[in-house]
Design a protein around this ligand. Structure first.
Ligand code: BG6
Length: 494
């Protein structure tokens, strides 16, 4: 973070300020930005919630959350002077009148120049009503910029996403809407683009001539936790594939943009998402696998099956795992499968991309009986952050045997990573007015279309659930998806 945004005053209004996201991510991130001088004295934060708290009570809660999530809390009391609480009922018009008065008052007090950022850390059913009221009561009628930040899910299919979009577009222009996909704030996800476009060695090989397949995994050890109610309506397909997984695929597959400006990058992402082969029902059955976790053991502790989780239907057909093969119909990628896999209660917490290169044209070393190891480029997104290249080198013995070696680079060892949270990056971008790492409506349209076809097919056919034991890498069908094509998931590689 080199460019400081010290000169950008702003009123940040957080709806849902007493919720989990605000306490775990938003306040700690804002505090960290403040502490690093990336937020200035001309900043005020209004936390909005339904409960009756005084400023002092609310500040005490926020302070506690920050202390829990940030190691160094120097300047915390100074930061707290910028935090306020406003009791508010999002569906009550009167609340907005009061919010307007309070906002104008803070605007004066802190010299905020009418810049306003509204962060909706709330269930999407409130997005429309809040944005309508913000406009109707003049909160968006301001001399500075106005921006709306919203969390996913953005709709539950293309039709509902369109409806929601039309509603919020009554009050905010597309360029004022910042739709969060927190994966786009992860340093190593942002690094995909840098790796590809700032190095001469990858781009010439980045195509169907040299790459045999690309694997993108985001596996979790955690189960559905206390989110059963929401998860039942989403499942892994809508919760992870429609957004995070397809965003990573877009970054891996897009053409080089003509510049780093957000419209140019977005244009390339949209193009690639439009090139995703839409699946016919038959192809869904062949190319996509759904799973749901059964009971099992994680770190020696027995865990229940999904159907026994809180607020989950005991006969639920909601998938907690999705594995799929995506084909991108353009010149660069024709014939190269992109395999994606995401699930809860799997063996490890791993977010990783594996780019597997094709074999050399002629194996001089082992003739017919043994294959050379595949060249792999591995992008470790989490928990490790770094890149490694798996090559073949001469084994340290007489003769010409080869052995796999790795060239690796770890971001954590660079004394930087693991400190900057994705939310901090995204809040910072939003304050700067940089929408590159947010999801544009055009991207959403394509991803929903793709996912809707899969959901449609799955909703017609009952699932044979549960079909994988908690603590494993998922059902056998996920392995078969690759083995049919002569590949396998690269497990436990770094
Ligand atoms: C969220 C999903 O978007 O991403 C969660 O709603 C999931 O279900 C989470 O657990 C995973 O994020 P991360 O950053 O831990 O990989």
């Amino acid at each position: 973070m080199s460019t400081k945004i010290r000169n950008i005053p702003c009123l940040i209004t957080i709806f849902g300020a007493t919720g989990d996201l605000s306490h775990r991510k938003l306040f700690p991130s804002l505090f960290h930005l403040f502490q690093q001088d990336n937020l200035n004295d001309h900043i005020a934060i209004i936390g909005i919630g339904r409960r009756a708290y005084s400023n002092e009570e609310f500040r005490a809660q926020v302070k506690k959350s920050i202390q829990t999530h940030v190691n160094n809390t120097k300047h915390i009391d100074k930061f707290m002077e910028h935090v306020f609480y406003h009791m508010h009922d999002v569906s009550d018009a009167k609340s907005y009148e009061q919010l307007l008065t309070f906002s104008n008052q803070l605007d004066q007090q802190f010299g905020l120049e009418g810049n306003r950022l509204f962060y909706l850390a709330m269930a999407p059913k409130f997005f429309g009503v809040i944005s309508d009221y913000l406009k109707d009561f003049g909160l968006t009628d301001t001399s500075g910029f106005k921006r709306l930040v919203i969390e996913k899910p953005f709709g539950s299919d293309l039709a509902s996403a369109e409806e929601l979009n039309n509603q919020i577009r009554q009050s905010f222009k597309e360029e004022e809407i910042y739709r969060i996909d927190h994966y786009l704030g992860k340093d190593m996800v942002q690094n995909i683009e840098v790796l590809r476009f700032a190095n001469a060695m990858f781009e010439p090989l980045w195509n169907n001539k040299y790459i045999s397949n690309i694997q993108v995994t985001s596996s979790e050890i955690l189960g559905v936790e206390d989110r059963g109610g929401y998860y039942e309506t989403a499942g892994a397909l809508k919760d992870m594939v429609q957004n995070h997984m397809l965003q990573m695929v877009a970054l891996l597959a897009m053409e080089p943009p003509i510049s780093l400006n957000s419209e140019d990058i977005r244009a390339e992402k949209v193009k690639v998402l439009k090139s995703l082969r839409r699946l016919e029902p038959e192809e869904v059955r062949h190319n996509f696998v759904r799973g749901q976790y059964d009971e099992g053991t994680i770190d020696g502790v027995p865990v229940p099956k999904y159907r026994d989780e809180d607020r989950v239907d005991p006969n639920s057909d909601t998938p907690t795992l999705v594995a799929g093969k995506l084909l991108i119909d353009n010149f660069r990628w024709a014939g190269v499968p992109f395999y994606i896999r995401t699930g809860k209660r799997m063996k490890s917490k791993t977010i990783q991309v594996v780019v597997e290169f094709k074999e050399v044209p002629l194996n001089l070393y082992y003739k017919t009986d043994k294959k050379l190891d595949s060249n792999l480029l591995i992008i470790n997104i989490q928990p490790n952050e770094g890149v490694s290249l798996h090559l073949n080198a001469k084994k340290n013995v007489q003769g010409i045997e080869t052995e796999p070696v790795q060239l690796s680079f770890s971001m954590s060892a660079q004394d930087k990573m693991n400190t900057v949270d994705a939310y901090e990056n995204l809040l910072y971008d939003c304050l700067k007015g940089d929408a590159t790492n947010f999801t544009h409506w055009e991207e959403l349209k394509s991803t929903w279309k793709f996912v809707d076809a899969i959901h449609e097919e799955w909703s017609q056919t009952p699932a044979d659930f549960p079909n994988y034991e908690a603590g494993t890498n998922g059902p056998l069908e996920s392995e078969l998806l690759l083995s049919r094509d002569g590949f396998h998931w690269w497990e436990d590689v770094q």
